[in-house]
Design a binder for this molecule. Sequence first.
Ligand SMILES: [Zn+2]
Length: 222
Amino acid sequence: MKKVVLGLSGGMDSSTLAGYYLAKGYEVHPIIFAYGSKHNKYENECAFNVAETIGCKEPKFVDLDFMKQLFTSNLLQDQGEIPEGHYEDSNMTKTVVPGRNAIFITIMAGYAESIGANVIAAGVHAGDHAIYPDCRPEFINSMATSIRNSSDGKVNLEAPFISYTKLDILKIGYAFKIPFPYELTRTCYKDQVLSCGKCGSCTERLEAFEFLGKEDPIEYEK
Ligand SMILES: [Zn+2]
């Protein structure tokens, strides 16, 4: 059976990505990364629920807590405030975690090669390009070359959503034979149980649901 390794955050994009590969007949092997972000404990729980509910293989949990000690980003615990507003606003650059996707993809590639998976997948999408350099096609293409070279051609990096908006991703999720259970996902960047509805990540998610004419099934802070 075809196998894919992907990082599952518990958010909309990586969760839909897991569903996308399941629909294509892949055995999906998720890795759940804890890297010391403010929202890690909430989204990690969502990721485990998503994986179990949609029929992924047992996720591997990878603790990268050192990232919050060494790296500077408002997304990380004990660092600056999460900015509110639109995702593409320049203040959102405060939520960039340096090197994050390079680290995740490298770990995914090593795991994929170890279990005989030919594909690793990243859930990056067009809405990320403005703010996050490690979500842009230039980065993904060069990383794909590096992974192919480091694995002697055994592992390929794919990013099927790279030119899609959050709305396109949502449309894919609702077009599955069983529409994706988005009530299990969480997108908010803040360190609180209920999603805030105001950070860049929540704003982009809510807009996607609104444009699609659907109600976001998760609960938000009043
Ligand atoms: Zn939020």
